[in-house]
Design a protein around this ligand. Structure first.
Ligand code: ADP
Ligand code: MG
Length: 322
């Protein structure tokens, strides 16, 4: 099978049709018609086999996750997803693998009406790079640099599940229903696109998606906003499945540095809080207040008895040891 047969068979046919795609896969470039008056939000993420997913991950899950992590970046800006390109490096042409990959990818693309508008196909170690583009009204994007002392800190959903799932896979532990839930959270993260878009309709919201762990990602907000933060460990949202596995005794360092959950962490002023809570309640999105933005720098983690937890490992950093 030639490169071009492969593109025609697996990538061209998979695409969602959108009116704003003037020319999709097949020419030297795609031609796109952005909606007048909107800003484009653009993001790229690479998933490498053995680094971003265990080598035995199912192709369906790799396809799903490669799009999900990009959707999560748009969610964190409050943007509406529209177009993706896919650069894929494959060790060999394995049609069963490709079919699986595209079924996971397309399932999510259809759910969000995202059109695959082009890409690149090469031979090499398995790696997937997705670039996504979305739309956001001018001035409405949820940036990282807008937090102010006194803002409340919220997170959607629950934290730490994906990390537990990853550990279970790497350590070959027994997989019961609770662990399976965590593995699903790892392989099929739910990008918080709706939450992001709802927040973008409010003012004075600062947001980030939690890809490298709460502490690491919240510290990006703090650095960009020149603030610090204080979080209450007891308020961190843990799934009932994770609590059962931890037997009610959460390992806070792990929860704080757990990557791959793709929940949103955002800050809002006390004056905005009721609007935020109403909006999220109306859409049934799980939300928890975990702390407050402070003037003094650094992140404090307050334990149930009021004492501070000492932590050193902040999150995943690809170049940490260099
Ligand atoms: P060129 O050599 O002009 O860069 P290619 O031969 O790489 O073009 O690709 C041909 C067409 O197929 C282009 O429209 C490109 O965007 C598309 N394409 C290639 N690989 C992929 C892929 N993995 N997913 C989606 N579209 C792809
Ligand atoms: Mg090319």
């Amino acid at each position: 099978m030639s490169e071009f047969d492969l593109i025609n068979q697996y990538f061209k046919t998979a695409s969602v049709k959108r009116k704003d795609v003037v020319l999709g896969i097949g020419d030297d470039c795609a031609l796109l018609s952005p909606p007048p008056g909107k800003q484009l939000a653009v993001s790229t993420d690479t998933l490498i086999s053995g680094v971003h997913f265990p080598e035995n991950t199912k192709p369906e899950d790799i396809g799903y996750k490669s799009l999900a992590v990009n959707l999560s970046d748009l969610a964190a800006m409050g943007a509406e997803p529209a177009w993706v390109s896919l650069a894929i490096s494959l060790p060999e042409v394995n049609e069963t693998w490709l079919e699986g990959f595209m079924s996971g990818f397309s399932e999510l693309a259809q759910q969000y009406n995202v059109s695959l508008i082009g890409g690149d196909t090469t031979r090499g170690p398995l790696s997937v790079t997705v670039s996504i583009t979305g739309f956001v009204s001018a001035g409405a994007a949820l940036r990282r640099d807008a937090a102010k002392a006194g803002d409340y800190i919220y997170v959607t959903g629950s934290l730490g599940d994906a990390r537990l799932g990853l550990e279970a896979i790497l350590n070959n532990t027994v997989i019961d229903n609770d662990v399976q839930f965590c593995i699903n959270r790892l392989n099929r993260p739910e990008a918080r696109v709706l939450a992001g878009r709802l927040l973008s309709e409010l003012t004075d919201i600062t947001a980030i998606d939690i890809s490298d762990g709460l502490l690491a990602d919240l510290s990006h907000i703090c650095e960009a906003s020149k603030t610090g933060a204080s979080i209450e460990l007891q308020s961190l949202p843990l799934s009932t499945q994770l609590r059962r596995v931890y037997q009610q005794q959460p390992e806070w360092e792990k929860v704080l540095s757990a990557g791959d959950d793709y929940e949103l962490c955002f800050c809002c002023s006390p004056g905005q809080e009721s609007a935020v809570l109403e909006t999220f309640k109306a859409h049934d999105i799980v939300l928890n207040k975990i702390g407050v933005i402070t003037e003094s720098k650094g992140i404090q983690c307050v334990q149930a008895d009021g004492s501070l937890l000492e932590i050193d490992h902040q999150g995943y950093n690809h170049f940490q040891s260099e």
